[in-house]
Ligand binder design. Structure first.
Ligand code: AMP
Ligand code: GLY
Length: 443
């Protein structure tokens, strides 16, 4: 008798299992940085998700698929064969039209179209868009002739920022302290072509001296809902000294954006952007990131990104108290306004980036990293420039790891992130020691 009962139970179990995987979805996260590790980590917690693949991924992500982010044909083949919902992390495939390509194949994909991605892929397109739609940004002029650009900066009585038009891995922006530096920046980009064709045209804009923060929202093309606020630390050395990097650490939320400021940014920048894009016939679906400078209590857009920030994504995802996958699907299907309000852990999160000494210039790679076993479950060590060989983790890039921790106060989150960071070691490890301190000074 027991034999039949066991068989019946087994059959029911198999049916349920079958149903379960029938209802579950696979995810393909495109990218290989800390942002993509954080997104994969969060998405794998969804009860609706079966397997999260990452292409090409890094030493920390699971189910890595060796396809580069710009190999759109192979990515689309993979998504088709594995029935994936795709989430695109970095700007390169977005600017190359990955979303348009996937849509042509009826594949579900979260991210903006190539046209919408122009907000990031052409700074000139973005500046013209802001100007014609009255979105607050620094005043600017566009040049392709170095002589005319030089005459222009010589005529100004304020400092400027010189920007290459196209994508330059975050390096095509030169903040100048005087006319001499501005002229040198013009020649670096337009004459020496240090950023290649990305520098065929430049923007020269007014330098706004204020406080910088990141404001990221999720949009389905009709409405936009804000993610938690955050602040990045772009320079390589403590107290914002040295050259710009991809970001040396971030924390969320930032007291720099209080409720009044959040409302201003949402209305004057985010909602206006989504609405104006729609009016111009472009549905912006995806993460819309506004790099904000606040001067005299007014926000200005320094730049748009059409994706999550890296490293802002790491502390933001750690604070999410909702199923991110549900919101991605709602964006793709254009029904974000009918979703329940999102909720956040009422804690601070801090991400300290551990980098290879020498970054953002040259640095040593392939050093074995130790100490992962000493990290508590409360802390997330998101991988970026790492690779796994024979079960061991090695450094493989400039920004190597993003040690991310929660805390009931910003101070305790900072302590938790640094306590964990100190447990991780490799010969040429470098990190800033002041991540989050700017926030403390505003509390
Ligand atoms: P972007 O890639 O355009 O965000 O520029 C990189 C960094 O340059 C920003 O994070 C700012 O710190 C700085 N920056 C860009 N535009 C301006 C501006 N108009 N005024 C002052 N700083 C700027
Ligand atoms: N953290 C700045 C960026 O992602 O561009």
């Amino acid at each position: 008798m027991w034999h039949y009962k066991a068989k019946l139970l087994y059959t029911i179990w198999i049916i349920l299992l079958g149903r379960r995987s029938f209802l579950l979805v696979n995810i393909l996260v495109v990218g290989s940085g800390g942002r993509e590790h954080a997104l994969s980590w969060k998405l794998s917690q969804s009860s609706k998700v079966e397997t999260v693949f990452t292409a090409p991924g890094n030493g920390g992500t699971k189910n890595n698929i060796p396809i580069n982010v710009d190999d759109l044909d192979r990515l689309s083949d993979f998504a088709q064969k594995n029935n994936c919902f795709t989430v695109v992390g970095p700007e390169i495939p977005l600017a190359a039209g990955i979303v348009d390509k996937f849509n042509q194949h009826n594949l579900k994909v979260f991210g903006p179209s190539k046209q919408a991605a122009q907000l990031e892929s052409s700074k000139i397109w973005a500046k013209d868009f802001m100007k014609r739609n009255n979105i607050p940004t620094a005043q600017f002029e566009i040049f392709d002739d170095p002589k005319k650009a030089q005459d222009y900066v010589s005529s100004l009585n304020y400092n400027v920022v010189v920007k290459a038009d196209g994508l330059a891995a975050g390096k095509g922006v030169i903040v100048c302290n005087d006319t001499k530096e501005a002229i040198s920046a013009i020649h670096t980009i337009l004459t020496k072509k240090s950023f290649g064709i990305a520098g065929n045209r430049i923007i020269i804009e007014e330098r706004i001296d204020g406080i910088e923060a990141s404001y990221i929202a999720l949009s389905d093309g009709n409405v936009a809902i804000p993610m938690a606020s955050s602040q990045d630390h772009k320079r390589i050395f403590d107290y914002d000294k040295g050259p710009n990097t991809g970001g040396m650490g971030a924390y969320s939320p930032t007291p720099i954006i209080d409720d009044d400021m959040a409302k201003k940014i949402q209305e004057k920048i985010i909602d206006k952007t989504i609405c104006a894009m729609k009016d111009e016939g472009i549905m912006f679906k995806g993460f819309l990131y506004a790099g904000i400078m606040i001067r005299d209590d007014e926000p200005y857009v320094l730049e748009y990104n059409v994706r999550m920030g890296d490293p802002e994504c790491q502390p933001i995802t750690m604070r999410m108290d909702f199923d991110l996958y549900d919101y991605f699907v709602a964006c793709v299907e254009g029904r974000l306004s009918s979703m329940p309000p999102i909720s956040w852990k009422n804690q601070f999160a801090v991400c300290v980036v551990l980098a290879s000494e020498g970054y953002p210039e040259s640095y040593i790679k392939n050093e074995e990293i130790f100490g992962f076993d000493l990290i508590s479950n409360q802390v997330c060590v998101f991988h970026a420039g790492t690779t796994k060989m024979n079960g061991q983790i090695f450094s493989n890039g400039g920004r190597v790891l993003g040690v991310t921790a929660l805390g009931d106060t910003l101070e305790s989150a900072i302590t938790n992130a640094y306590t964990a960071s100190e447990k991780i070691s490799w010969p040429h490890k470098y990190c800033r020691k002041d991540i989050g301190k700017k926030g403390l000074s505003y509390l």
